[in-house]
Design a binder for this molecule. Structure first.
Ligand SMILES: NC(=O)c1ccc[n+]([C@@H]2O[C@H](COP(=O)([O-])OP(=O)(O)OC[C@H]3O[C@@H](n4cnc5c(N)ncnc54)[C@H](O)[C@@H]3O)[C@@H](O)[C@H]2O)c1
Length: 438
């Protein structure tokens, strides 16, 4: 058996801090508290509900992940965050309209006690939001320092031993990685000089990574996905991961596309449209914010299908993604897909998917798993980009020069193998031949 890597025990409380206490964050917080109280199950969370095969099939070892590795127990989690609105988590959850009022009322005191800290925010980057619960400071570096102070205070007040930060804020406008993001020195200079290409999400990421706090980026904007912050993460020994939670439509796409490809079926067109009516939908209704999301959603098929290697099957693929703000749907998004596929001798067929999904219900367990696994990575001494967490992302962050892996089945194998590695178990490839004992 392999030697276990040195893993610190999860002693004491873990603080999960989220910039953005909107639909996703409040559904995650309320859900975790409900699970703690035994009034709900953490459906959708691999860390809480999943099992993992260890060793040979004949050994019959399939423990729950949480029994295999020392993960932080849900009872040891404390929640906090920042928002541009003053609403406490109870009011924000009511406003988001995802969870039933009856459920929220059962845990009302806990939710009311979580109040957002003042946000680092600038309307230039999220055009459809106007919040007043916002920090004021001369420079972006001063704002980062104010966030670090918030974190220190939160840690003290809540007796936390460890912190992780998950960006659950709105999607910012599209910004390309440029010179100011290329080194730690240039980024810090840019922050002192209020460079326009440093949006709030990057200031939060900087504050966290500088303090060695694991950071995940739930939105498609750059945030920690720039060279300066990747270098800083290595320097401070901080695990980072992103970007854009893989929920509704892209989840379906990365389940279906690898299957069609595995059977060498051709795809001529894939039209995806989303109809949603929550605040996220409103923000994404602005073309500059939609652009960020569109880039994140479009990359998926290209990587899975590899049209350059399979021109007969995919070279003419027409891929279109639309997001439509439609208030009556609220948080209950409709993800509608039309696929024009073809089979034997080019005979055409169609697949229609109408996924009536609940965005935040799918995103909440992802936030939990990311927090739990990032904390695990940190205790295992892992730092920099955590590609094994690609499973959770629409647009996985990868090291320079590598392409992201989008196929959900490959992502899942990588996730499980990394957990096996952390737990000192052999990696499993499922490649054993039937003739031999696996
Ligand atoms: N729900 C999903 O399935 C899903 C999937 C992928 C990505 N996302 C992304 O996750 C993020 C959150 O989604 P949501 O549905 O909760 O949106 P939401 O609009 O309900 O919540 C976002 C919250 O962030 C706050 N905010 C914006 N900028 C901020 C800042 N600089 N500092 C602090 N708070 C700030 C807003 O006031 C709002 O309360 C969005 O970026 C969304 O695109 C969501």
């Amino acid at each position: 058996m392999k030697k276990k890597i040195k893993l610190k025990e999860p002693k004491g409380k873990l603080g999960i801090l989220m910039p953005g206490l909107g639909a996703v964050a409040t559904t995650f917080i309320a859900g975790t508290i409900a699970v703690r109280k035994g009034i709900g199950k953490p459906i959708g969370s691999y860390s809480q509900m999943g099992t993992i095969r260890l060793g040979k099939r004949t050994e019959n070892r399939n423990p729950f992940v949480k029994d295999f590795l020392p993960l932080t127990p849900l009872d040891d989690i404390v929640f906090g965050g920042w928002d541009v609105y003053k609403d406490n988590v109870y009011d924000a959850a009511l406003n988001a309209g995802v969870l039933d009022k009856d459920l929220l009322n059962e845990i009302r005191p806990e939710l009311e006690s979580i109040k957002p800290m003042k946000a680092v925010f600038d309307k230039k980057y999220v055009k459809r939001l106007t919040g007043r619960h916002v920090k004021k400071a001369k420079t972006k570096m001063d704002l980062a320092k104010a966030l670090m102070e918030d974190i220190e205070n939160f840690k003290k007040e809540n007796g936390c031993k460890r912190i992780v930060m998950i960006w659950c804020g709105s999607t910012e406008i599209y910004i390309r990685e440029s010179d100011v993001h290329s080194s730690i020195r240039k980024l810090e200079k840019g922050m002192r000089e209020n460079h326009k290409d440093i949006p709030p999400s990057m200031i939060y990421a900087y504050a966290a990574i500088k303090m060695g706090i694991p950071y995940a980026n739930g939105a498609p904007n750059l945030s920690c996905d720039v060279q300066a912050l990747i270098k800083l993460a290595t320097k401070t020994g901080t695990p980072i991961t992103g970007k854009d939670f893989k929920t509704g439509q892209t989840l379906m796409k990365t389940i279906l596309a690898p299957g069609l490809k595995a059977r060498s079926l051709g795809i001529r067109g894939w039209f995806s449209t989303n109809i949603l009516g929550n605040r996220d939908g409103e923000v994404l209704d602005h073309p500059d914010n939609f652009k960020t999301k569109e880039v994140s959603k479009l990359g998926v098929l290209e990587q899975i299908l590899e049209p350059e290697k399979h021109p007969d099957l995919y070279q003419d693929l027409y891929h279109k993604v639309r997001i439509n703000y439609y208030p009556p749907h609220g948080d209950n998004k409709e993800g509608w897909d039309n696929l024009d596929i073809f089979g034997w001798l080019n005979y055409p067929m169609q697949i229609k998917i109408d996924f009536l999904c609940r965005d935040s219900i799918l995103a909440a367990p992802i936030v939990l798993d990311l927090a739990i696994f990032l904390d695990l990575a940190s205790r295992a001494g892992m730092s920099g980009i955590q590609e094994w967490l690609s499973f959770y992302w629409k647009s996985p962050q990868v090291r320079e020069g590598l392409y992201p892996q989008h196929d959900i089945f490959k992502q899942f194998e990588k996730l499980k193998n990394t957990l096996r590695h952390i737990g000192g178990e052999e990696l499993i490839t499922h490649l054993g031949l039937d003739y031999y004992e696996e």
